[in-house]
Write a protein that binds this ligand. Structure first.
Ligand code: UDP
Ligand code: MG
Length: 153
């Protein structure tokens, strides 16, 4: 089923000038970009987004990392987007991520791992609403859309 998921290109992706390489992977796979913007995350937004991690010893460094430099937020739409995008992104510890995944190909770190992706459909709905207003999301057709899926998918 068609779903939407939230991605954040973290500051390391921007500083290393690999934004285009990352975004092209999603386009190549047949996913549609329905929202995209460069923003500076506030500390409050970081605490909300990483609420499951605020008590961890590395949280301070994580918050500094994601709030002191710009990030790029994206909403991606497509078939089983939440699960498939997590597979394309790879596991948190990029050192152990397989080649072919974004983290496997572009990072060797557990913290500077270039990208965030929602980890469940419920999280995706909450995270999209956290980062985007409805008016910042767009509905349009890709020119190759008829060739991407069979009609029953
Ligand atoms: N993180 C970190 N050290 C750790 C675990 C996580 O710095 O030991 C950071 C890392 O940037 C990671 C983010 O916290 O991507 C969120 O952690 P989570 O467990 O949700 O992993 P993810 O969903 O990003 O794979
Ligand atoms: Mg996570």
């Amino acid at each position: 089923m068609k779903e939407r998921t939230l991605l954040l290109l973290k500051p390391d992706a921007i500083h290393r000038a690999i934004v285009g390489s990352i975004v092209s992977r999603f386009e190549q796979k047949g996913f549609k970009i329905v929202g995209m913007k460069m923003i500076k995350m506030s500390k409050e937004l970081s605490k909300d987004h990483y609420s499951h991690l605020v008590s961890k010893p590395f949280y301070h460094d994580l918050e500094k990392f994601v709030t002191e430099n710009p990030i790029i937020a994206l909403v991606i739409e497509g078939k089983e987007a939440v699960e498939v995008i997590r597979l394309i992104v790879g596991p948190t510890n990029a050192s152990k991520a397989s080649g072919g995944t974004l983290r496997g190909d572009f990072s060797n770190s557990t913290s500077r791992n270039i990208i965030h992706a929602s980890d469940s459909k419920e999280a995706a709905v909450k995270e999209i609403a956290r980062f985007f207003k409805p008016s910042e999301l767009f509905d349009y057709h890709l020119t190759n859309e008829p060739f991407l899926y069979a009609s029953d998918e």
